[in-house]
Ligand binder design. Structure first.
Ligand code: CAA
Length: 260
């Protein structure tokens, strides 16, 4: 499928989804959100794709937020619907059966930071700037940011970031545990691709079930989470990947996983 605002490339099990509207610093309007939703849906169904990287075009921004010019004239009903549309995209990333890595190459603000937070982890350029400027616009984060940020870095740091609307630099984002690693701008995509390729080379079902256990387990009591983990762990013993992975270990050879 062709997209107006996205570039999708896929090779060797790794797909890169680039949001490509640099004139607005890749801001998320309804059309861009709709395209991201379609693209992710397709990438999730594509068995050849084992890991996805999300990034922004240009060297300035990952995504500078939801589109303020589109939101400016919305009424309460439209604002609610727009929030739900954005949240649907974020939830889709969480529910995808394959890992999604955010490669934050510049500003990740508002809906842009929400998009990065919805991914399974974030690598950031050392020049990135992250924040939730919504309160400076008279609103609040609406694409899952209040929920995902507080869960990731704890409520106190999330409160400070969201209540002030101030941006933090990449160093602070690393210190706060918001991003996994800082990378020189010119090396960011290579780093993301290297990790995605490593994920693409291991047992697809094990990765997928682990993602499911972590994401769902965070919404359960620890005891329920353990029970859930045990059931998924057990199911993996019915897969070809488990037979192949363990046989390869015993035979001292590299496993050839089929994802079945
Ligand atoms: N929406 C719409 N257009 C945007 C945009 C956004 N979020 N961010 C940038 N743009 C546009 C600018 O209007 C500008 O367009 P024009 O050339 O037509 O004027 C173009 O992108 C370039 O931006 P700047 O000239 O402002 O670039 P800069 O380098 O001076 O500043 C910036 C960069 C600090 C990121 C600044 O653009 C900025 O503050 N952007 C808005 C960030 C923001 O508030 N994001 C949160 C949005 S609300 C939200 O996301 C709600 C939610 O939770 C769902």
């Amino acid at each position: 499928m062709e997209f107006k605002n996205l570039i999708i490339e896929a090779a060797h099990g790794v797909a890169v989804l680039t949001i490509n509207s640099p004139k607005t610093l890749n801001a998320l309007n309804s059309e861009v959100l709709g395209e991201i939703e379609c693209a992710l849906f397709e990438l999730n169904l594509d068995e050849a794709v084992k890991a996805v990287i999300v990034t922004g075009a240009g060297d300035k921004a990952f995504v500078a937020g939801a589109d303020i010019k589109e939101m400016a004239s919305m009424n309460a009903y439209q604002g609610h619907q727009f929030g739900l549309k954005g949240q649907r995209v974020m939830m889709l990333i969480e529910k995808m059966t394959k890992p999604v890595i955010a490669a934050v190459n510049g500003y990740a603000l508002g809906g842009g930071l929400e998009l990065a937070l919805a991914c399974d982890f974030i690598y950031a350029s050392s020049k990135a700037k992250l924040g939730f400027p919504e309160v400076t616009l008279g609103i609040m984060p609406g694409f899952g940011g209040t929920q995902n940020l507080a869960r990731l870095i704890g409520p106190n740091r999330a409160n400070e970031l969201i209540f002030t609307g101030k941006m933090i630099d990449a160093e602070k984002a690393l210190a706060w545990g918001l991003v996994n690693e800082l990378v020189a701008p010119e090396e960011l995509m290579a780093k993301a691709r290297e990790t995605a390729a490593a994920i693409a080379g291991v047992g697809t079902l094990g990765v997928s079930y682990a993602k499911n256990a972590i994401a769902n387990g965070l919404n359960m009591t620890k005891e329920d989470g353990f029970r859930y983990e045990a059931s998924l762990f057990g199911v993996l013993f019915a897969t070809e990947d488990q037979k192949e992975g363990m046989a390869a270990f015993v035979d001292k050879r590299k496993a050839a996983f089929s994802g079945k």
